[in-house]
Design a binder for this molecule. Structure first.
Ligand code: WT7
Length: 642
C-alpha cells in the first residue's frame, strides 16, 4: 500500500492541496536528493537504496542514474504488495471493442496470471535481460505479458498493432528479440486486424525469432508454424502460479519503446526499472489525485508510452483500478466514450485532443445521451489542445464541473512533466501550466541563452528527473547527440513553448522535423524514405500541415522519375504504399507532385518554404534568393493541394 494514497485520503491534507504542491516544488528544487530520497518510497524496494540522484548532462561525465544501489521488482510493486490490502479489488476493467464486452480482473487474479505467464516465458527459455516483442491488441493479456517480463527481468518492447509487418520486423531486429507475443487477430471499430498474419510476414523478413506465443482473441483460423508458434492458453493451462519476482537493479532496463525522431529510423527509447516506476507512480498520484474508489480510464493503447505509464505501470503501482479499452471512440457510434463512462462509473478520464476534436464535430447530442455524473477529473495528452476543444471538453463533457489536467510529456520523459494541479477548478485553456515537483524547464533561444520571464523559446529541461530515458537501445552516442548536444548541459525536448507572466507554460509544438499526427509522432525522414523506396519516386520531402482533427497532417512533395508525370491513381498508389510500408498513421494526407524541390546551392532542401506552402501561408515565403533555382517555388505554390 503506498503511503501517498493514504496521505491524500486524509482530509486535513487536502484543505490546501495547491500550497502543498508549491511546497513540494520548492523542496524538490532546493534539495533534489532529499526530495527524491523521500518520494522513492512511493514504491517498495527489495534492497533499499542509499544513493539517490547521480546524474550529469555534461559530455565529460555524462550519466543518468537514480537510486542506483537499490533493488526492486516492478511486477511485485504492481501486484504482490497489494495482495494483503486490496487483493480482491479490481485491478483492470477490460472493455472490448463491442460495448459491454467486459472483464474484471482482481489484483489476486492478475498476480496469478502474471506468475503463470512468467513461468511460461522461463520454460520457453526467456532469461533476464532478453528482449521480448509484444504485438498485441488492448487485451488483459498484453498487461499480463508486460508484467510477466518485468517479473523475470526480461525487457519488453511493445510495438503498436497498427504498424506494418516491415515496421514490426525492423523493431524486432533492432533490439535482437527472439521472442514475440501476439494474438490471432485484433478487433477495432468492428474490423479485424490480422496481427498473427502480420507477425508471419514480419518474420519472413527477419528470421531471428525462435518462439511466437499467440493469444486467442477472435478464434480466427490462423496457421501455426510447428516448432515456432505456441498457443497462450495451452501454455498457461499447466503453468504454475508460483513465481518469485527477480530482484532487479534500479538501473536495469524495464522496457524499450520505439519512437520517431527527426532523422533516421525510429529509436529504441530505453527506460529503467526503479526511476521509471517511481516517476510513473508519483506523477499518477500527483496529477490525477487518485483515491480509493476512483475508476481511472486512460484511453491510450499500450503500443504508446501513455499506455505503458498510465494504463499499466502508474495505476497498478498505485493500487488503482484502471480501464483497458480495446475499441475506438466512434464505434459503434460517437457516444461510445460517454456511454462507457456511465456504464463503468469512470471518475477520471484521460484522452487525446484529436479524439476530443473528432467527437466535438459530431455535436453535443452524443454526449447528452449520457449523464457522466461519475466524472470528477478530465485529462488531455499528446499534443497541444486548442482552446475550442478545451472548452467543449470542459463545458459539455465535464458539464463545467471537472477540472482539466493538460499534461505535457514525451516518450523520453517516461511520465508527465508539466501539468496543472487537479485541484485548480479554473484552468487556462491550452496551457499545461507548471512543472511537476522535480522538473526544471527552461526556455532558451537558438544560441542556448536562457530566457527569463514572460517569453517564448525552445523548451529544455535543465536537470535530470527519475523517469528520464536512459539510452537509445544500441546507440548511446545517438542518445547523447539527439538530446544533449544542441544545448550543452541540458536535455532538449524538441518542442517550442511560451511562458506567460504567471510562469505558466504553453507548448507550441515541435520545432524539429517531427510531425505530431493525432498525438502520435511521425518522423518526416521515415515517411520520405518510405516514399523514395517506391520505384517511381526520385525524391520526396515531407512536412506537417494544419489538420482540423489530427492536429497535424502529413504533406508530401514527391518528385517522380524523369518523364513520369503521375496522376490521381499514382497518388493513391503512393499513399497506399506508405501505409503498407509503415502503417496507416503514416499515410500522407496531401501528396503533391513536384517537378523539383526548393534547394540551396549546396543541395539542402529548404523545408521552411515547403512548410509554408503546405500551411497555405504563401504570401510571405521569406528570402528565397539563396535557392539554387528560385523559380520552383512559384510552381509549387501554384499546384499546392488544399
Ligand atoms: C510530443 C511527444 C506524452 C505522451 C504521448 C505522446 C507533444 C505531448 C502535449 C501537451 C502540447 C504535447 C509534444 C511532445 N505533446 N503532450 N499536453 N501539450 N504538446 O508522446 O509520441 O513521445 O510525443 O507530443 O510535442 O514533444 P510522444
Amino acid at each position: 500500500m503506498t503511503s501517498a494514497i493514504q496521505e491524500r485520503a486524509d482530509p486535513d491534507k487536502n484543505t490546501a492541496p495547491d500550497t502543498a504542491l508549491q511546497d513540494r516544488r520548492a523542496a524538490a528544487a532546493a534539495d533534489p536528493d532529499g526530495y527524491w530520497r523521500d518520494r522513492g518510497q512511493a514504491i517498495d524496494w527489495i534492497e533499499p537504496y542509499t544513493q539517490v540522484k547521480d546524474t550529469s548532462f555534461d559530455a565529460a561525465d555524462f550519466r543518468i542514474r537514480w537510486f542506483a544501489d537499490g533493488k526492486l521488482n516492478v511486477s511485485a510493486n504492481c501486484l504482490d504488495r497489494h495482495l494483503d490490502t486490496r487483493g480482491d479489488q479490481v485491478a483492470i476493467i477490460w472493455e472490448g471493442d463491442e460495448p459491454g464486452e467486459t472483464e474484471r480482473v482482481t489484483y489476486r487474479d492478475l498476480h496469478a496470471r502474471v506468475c503463470k505467464f512468467a513461468n511460461v516465458l522461463k520454460a520457453q527459455g526467456v532469461a533476464k535481460g532478453d528482449r521480448v516483442t509484444l504485438y498485441m491488441p488492448m487485451i488483459v493479456e498484453a498487461a499480463v505479458a508486460m508484467l510477466a517480463c518485468a517479473r523475470i527481468g526480461a525487457v519488453h518492447s511493445v510495438v503498436f498493432g497498427g504498424f506494418s509487418p516491415d515496421s514490426l520486423a525492423g523493431r524486432i531486429e533492432d533490439c535482437g528479440s527472439t521472442f514475440v507475443i501476439t494474438a490471432d487477430e485484433g478487433c477495432r471499430g468492428g474490423k479485424r486486424i490480422p496481427l498473427k498474419a502480420n507477425v508471419d510476414a514480419a518474420l519472413e523478413k527477419y528470421a531471428g525469432v525462435t518462439r511466437v506465443v499467440v493469444v486467442r482473441r477472435t478464434g480466427a483460423d490462423i496457421p501455426m508454424i510447428a516448432g515456432r508458434d505456441i498457443w497462450y492458453h495451452e501454455a498457461m493451462a499447466d503453468a504454475s502460479a508460483d513465481c518469485a519476482p527477480e530482484p532487479m537493479d534500479a538501473e536495469d532496463p524495464l522496457f524499450i519503446l520505439y519512437t520517431s525522431g527527426s532523422t533516421g529510423k525510429p529509436k529504441g527509447v530505453l527506460h529503467s526499472s526503479g526511476g521509471y516506476l517511481v516517476w510513473t507512480a508519483v506523477t499518477f498520484q500527483e496529477v490525477f489525485d487518485y483515491r480509493d474508489g476512483d475508476l481511472f480510464w486512460c484511453t491510450a493503447d499500450v503500443g504508446w508510452v501513455t499506455g505503458h505509464s498510465y494504463v499499466v505501470y502508474g495505476p497498478l503501482a498505485s493500487g488503482a483500478t484502471t480501464v483497458m479499452f480495446d475499441g475506438v471512440p466512434n464505434y459503434p457510434d460517437h457516444g461510445r466514450f460517454w456511454e462507457t463512462i456511465d456504464r463503468l462509473g469512470v471518475t477520471i478520464f484521460y484522452t487525446a485532443p484529436t479524439a476530443i476534436r473528432a467527437l466535438m464535430r459530431e455535436g453535443d447530442t452524443w454526449v447528452a445521451r449520457s449523464s457522466r455524473t461519475s466524472l470528477r477529473l478530465l485529462g488531455s495528452v499528446g499534443e497541444p489542445i486548442n482552446p475550442e476543444a478545451w472548452r467543449w471538453y470542459h463545458d459539455v463533457v465535464g458539464d463545467g464541473r471537472c477540472p482539466i489536467v493538460d499534461t505535457w510529456w514525451q516518450t523520453e520523459t517516461g511520465g508527465i512533466m508539466i501539468a496543472p494541479s487537479p485541484h485548480t477548478a479554473v484552468g487556462k485553456p491550452g496551457s499545461a501550466t507548471k512543472p511537476l515537483p522535480g522538473v526544471m524547464p527552461q526556455l532558451v533561444d537558438a544560441e542556448g541563452v536562457v530566457l527569463d520571464g514572460a517569453t517564448e523559446g525552445n523548451l529544455v529541461i535543465a536537470d535530470s528527473w527519475p523517469g528520464q530515458m536512459r539510452t537509445v537501445w544500441g546507440d548511446h552516442d545517438r542518445f547523447f547527440q539527439t538530446y544533449f548536444s544542441t544545448y550543452p548541459g541540458k536535455y532538449f525536448t524538441g518542442d517550442g513553448a511560451r511562458r506567460d507572466a504567471d510562469g505558466d507554460y504553453w507548448i507550441t509544438g515541435r520545432v524539429d522535423d517531427v510531425i505530431n499526427v493525432s498525438g502520435h509522432r511521425m518522423g518526416t525522414a521515415e515517411v520520405e524514405s518510405a516514399l523514395v523506396a517506391h520505384p517511381r519516386v526520385a525524391e520526396a520531402a515531407v512536412v506537417g500541415m494544419p489538420h482540423e482533427v489530427k492536429g497535424q497532417g502529413i504533406y508530401a512533395y514527391v518528385t517522380l522519375n524523369a518523364g513520369d508525370t503521375g496522376d490521381d491513381a499514382t497518388r493513391d498508389e503512393l499513399r497506399a504504399w506508405v501505409r503498407r510500408e509503415i502503417g496507416p498513421i503514416a499515410t500522407p494526407d496531401a501528396l503533391q507532385f513536384a517537378p523539383a524541390l526548393p534547394k540551396t546551392r549546396s543541395g539542402k532542401i529548404m523545408r521552411r518554404i515547403l512548410r509554408k506552402i503546405a500551411e497555405g501561408d504563401t504570401t510571405n515565403l521569406g528570402d528565397i534568393s539563396t535557392l539554387a533555382d528560385p523559380s520552383v517555388v512559384a510552381l509549387l505554390v501554384k499546384e499546392r493541394i488544399g
